[in-house]
Design a protein around this ligand. Sequence first.
Ligand SMILES: Cc1cc2nc3c(=O)[nH]c(=O)nc-3n(C[C@H](O)[C@H](O)[C@H](O)COP(=O)(O)O)c2cc1C
Length: 182
Amino acid sequence: MPASAIERVRPLIRTRQMREFTDEPLTDGELEAITEVARWSGSSKNEQPWRFIVIRDVDTIRKIAEAGLPQTRSLRTAMGAVAIVLPDEPGRQLSRAYDDGRAAERMLIAASMLGLGGGIAWVRSDVRDAVRDLLGLPPDRFVRTIVALGHPTEAARRPKSAPGKGRLPREELIFEEHWPSR
Ligand SMILES: Cc1cc2nc3c(=O)[nH]c(=O)nc-3n(C[C@H](O)[C@H](O)[C@H](O)COP(=O)(O)O)c2cc1C
């Protein structure tokens, strides 16, 4: 019998944030696959405003981690990372942020499909210059999101909440046809 619709999308439902990794390295093939997924992400008007920097140098990853704590804590143990570099353009922030999120989430899903883990490390605006220096970015580009990658530790793989409790219940989130009447 073919799998039910819900079972077929289960890999997406199972994609969670991983923030702690073992020291097992990532392969070139894994990083290539994850960045291919990023490259094929959709963006506003297909402008592809992003450039992706693959960071394999653990020293650089750890320096970014320390600069941006606590949001960048997943980079304390990540064995690889992908920085999403965006143009710093007034008036386009909303659309760029939307594109940023689409590429980041796809990379998390790709990592999960490969049996790896990914985590979003958000670069606060006060940390942007430090990251710009570490990655050698020109002044008109910035990084808001870095996807931390690696093999999650057992502890990181463990569910963070009781089964079914990680999200609000369906009836609180999903409505039929119109906003529910009181
Ligand atoms: C826009 C956005 C920014 C996030 N920023 C961070 C962050 O800076 N550091 C971090 O560790 N997790 C970050 N996360 C991950 C969320 O905290 C995480 O998705 C949420 O706690 C649910 O966890 P789960 O996906 O493992 O269920 C971010 C998620 C989103 C959507």
